[in-house]
Ligand binder design. Structure first.
Ligand code: FAD
Length: 305
């Protein structure tokens, strides 16, 4: 079995990189939980941690506060998500300037979903950036930033076909994107096929798989349906009957995510982005399984000047 082969490879942790995604907390309680999560995951030395941005700038202040706190209180490198929803260019440029003044050099550039939610018709702001590709160009014009963009192994629901979808990704790359992070998916063949399509189209930036540990299957299935991600029957069967059994649900979720990630490692993937949902345990366990070990406190201390 692949798992046992992998666990004997001593170098595996050294070549695998991870990044973690958080969302800005809405309450003191959520803030406390986020900070416990950040503190637990920081010793895994992610390449960066990203903080999401709500539709229409609804989390503008909270995203900025979270990013600032990461910069001030940790040795982590933050990446700020940005969206174009309901905002003119001037206000998006203002948000960019605010992050840059803070010391942010990494961004995740997105169009975003309509304020009414996933599935509603998207209408760009008449004076705004129309999509992730335009926002990427705007960022690139302001500095040599590290810019991640989205990619969709099952194509974005608004793309009429894969060629259109890949064309949009190509536009983002041509405008300066350095990395694509995928929407979550559960079938690794879909990811592999998408990467092959992108390479054939001349896209050579890393296309990092976005991994969503299934903390709550019912919620994930619902969300997946709205954003065009396929939930395989075998996955539904794994969680069947566990609605009121959180302990077993968590164990199964851990096994499912580990299986997915280890299979991707076998296929040569060496970079992973985790949608943490501001929770540490499952992500920590999966990172451990791919050989990533927590740095000691001494290693975490900033080097003396
Ligand atoms: P784009 O890639 O710009 O466009 C999506 C699709 O719309 C295109 O593939 C194309 O089909 C169509 N399209 C766009 N422009 C045109 C055009 N001019 N002509 C024709 N077709 C066009 N959402 C948030 O609100 N906040 C976040 O922080 C956030 N973070 C995310 C992080 C990742 C890694 C991912 C994968 C998604 C994230 N999302 C976030 C969700 C994202 O905003 C939605 O999936 C949204 O529907 C599309 O945004 P995008 O940047 O992928 O759009």
């Amino acid at each position: 079995m692949s798992q046992f082969r992998l666990s004997r490879r001593p170098d595996i942790g050294g070549r695998i990189g991870v990044s973690f995604e958080f969302f800005p907390p809405k309450s003191d309680d959520m803030e406390r939980r986020l900070w416990e999560t950040v503190t637990r995951l920081a010793p895994l030395k992610p390449r960066f941690v990203s903080v999401t941005y709500g539709a229409g700038g609804s989390t503008r202040e909270r995203t900025a506060r979270t990013v600032r706190r990461i910069l001030q209180e940790t040795s982590l490198t933050p990446a700020a998500h940005l969206t174009c929803v309901d905002a003119d260019r001037e206000s998006v440029d203002g948000v960019i300037a605010e992050f840059v003044a803070m010391g942010v050099r990494r961004f995740v550039a997105l169009r975003g979903d309509p304020r009414e939610g996933v599935g509603a018709r998207y209408r760009p702001h008449p004076q705004g950036y129309t999509n992730g590709a335009e926002l990427t160009a705007a960022l690139k014009a302001r500095g040599d930033f590290d810019i991640s963009v989205s990619a969709y192994p099952e194509k974005h629901p608004e793309s009429s076909d894969f060629a259109t979808d890949i064309d949009m990704l190509k536009r983002k790359v041509d405008n300066g994107a350095t990395r694509a992070i995928t929407q979550f998916f559960f079938d690794n063949d879909l990811y592999e096929r998408y990467v092959e399509r992108a390479r054939r189209a001349g896209i050579y930036i890393p296309i990092v798989p976005g991994i969503l540990p299934v903390h709550n299957f019912a919620q994930v299935a619902n969300f997946a349906g709205r954003c065009g991600a396929h939930v395989p029957v075998w996955l539904a069967e794994r969680f069947e009957g566990l609605e009121n059994d959180p302990q077993t649900h968590a164990l199964v979720a851990s096994a499912v995510a580990a299986e997915q990630v280890l299979d991707l490692v076998e296929r040569g993937v060496d970079d992973f982005h985790f949608y943490t949902m501001n929770r540490a345990d499952l992500v920590f366990a999966i990172c451990h399984m791919i050989g990533i070990r927590a740095a000691s406190e001494a290693e975490m201390r900033p080097a003396a000047a």
